[in-house]
Write a protein that binds this ligand. Structure first.
Ligand code: ADP
Ligand code: MG
Length: 248
């Protein structure tokens, strides 16, 4: 589904991502972990096209997507959530999803009226489905800014799901969630895998990573230091060393 080859991103002298390789198989839940500042979010930003790589390749379903702009990557089937929640606080939950579906990039595709009445590719139906799945159907008419933090995280997830992506990139979806919310997230990730989604999961919450991922790639200072099953990476001395050297 996704193959990253010798991928790098430098910010001046900072090697945020420094020649990493990994590939994600269709239907897999793939974990990307590592201490703070190890290059996880930068990797997602490269895959989604927010950053141009300094070097290397990103293949999505076998095609190099280097030249594909961000909004077109969404149409290809790549959707993500943000580590720092990005919502329109003064729009309702439903409007936030509608905006995502009808971003300026799509304006040329169809007339305003058609979109308003039916939506792009049955957007209303997909939005309703995503809200239902994320447990936010009852909040559809409330302002996004009035949601509790965990609900805002779920709205981020709903927005990505409404695009019906093939590959879903989740950047620390459990951050700031309580134990009950994390248990629900665990169930949702499993349900999405059952439905056929492929998932890249960045997460600091190790119990969640160990419970839901099929394989895990570990970064440290922009480099890959381990890859394997959750049990394999957990037992890896290099991984233990990387984590013991930090607050984790
Ligand atoms: P992680 O998500 O693993 O915590 P990041 O990918 O956010 O790590 O950051 C990796 C490194 O790259 C850090 O040293 C960070 O400060 C740096 N970095 C990330 N984004 C930028 C940017 N836009 N400009 C400069 N440095 C950045
Ligand atoms: Mg990050």
């Amino acid at each position: 589904m996704l193959e990253v080859r010798d991928l790098s991103k430098y910010f001046g002298g900072v090697r945020a991502v420094d020649g990493i390789d990994f590939s994600i198989r269709p239907g897999e839940v793939f974990g990307l972990i590592g201490p703070n500042g190890s290059g996880k979010s930068t990797t997602v930003n490269l895959v989604c096209g927010l950053y141009q790589p300094t070097g290397g390749q990103i293949l999505f379903e076998g095609t190099d997507i280097a030249a594909v702009p961000t909004h077109q990557r969404l149409s290809l089937g790549l959707a993500r959530t943000f580590q720092n929640i990005r919502l329109f606080a003064n729009l309702t939950v439903w409007e936030n999803l509608w905006m995502a579906e009808n971003a300026p990039a799509h304006r040329a595709e169809a007339g305003f009226l058609r979109r308003w009445v039916g939506g792009r590719g049955n957007a209303r139906h997909r939005i309703a489905e995503a809200l239902e799945f994320s447990g936010l159907a009852h909040r559809a008419e409330d302002l996004a800014g009035s949601l509790a933090f965990g609900e805002q995280r779920r709205l981020e997830l709903a927005r990505a799901l409404a695009a019906k992506p093939k590959l879903l990139l989740l950047d620390e979806p459990a951050a700031g969630m309580n134990a009950e919310e994390i248990a629900q997230l665990d169930e949702r990730i499993r349900a999405l895998q059952q439905q056929g989604y492929t998932i890249l999961l960045i997460e600091h919450h190790m119990e969640l990573v160990m419970a839901v991922t099929d394989r895990v790639c570990v970064l440290n200072f922009g480099r890959k230091i381990a890859e394997g099953t959750p049990a394999e990476v957990q037992a890896d001395p290099a991984v233990r060393e990387a984590y013991l050297g930090t607050s984790h």
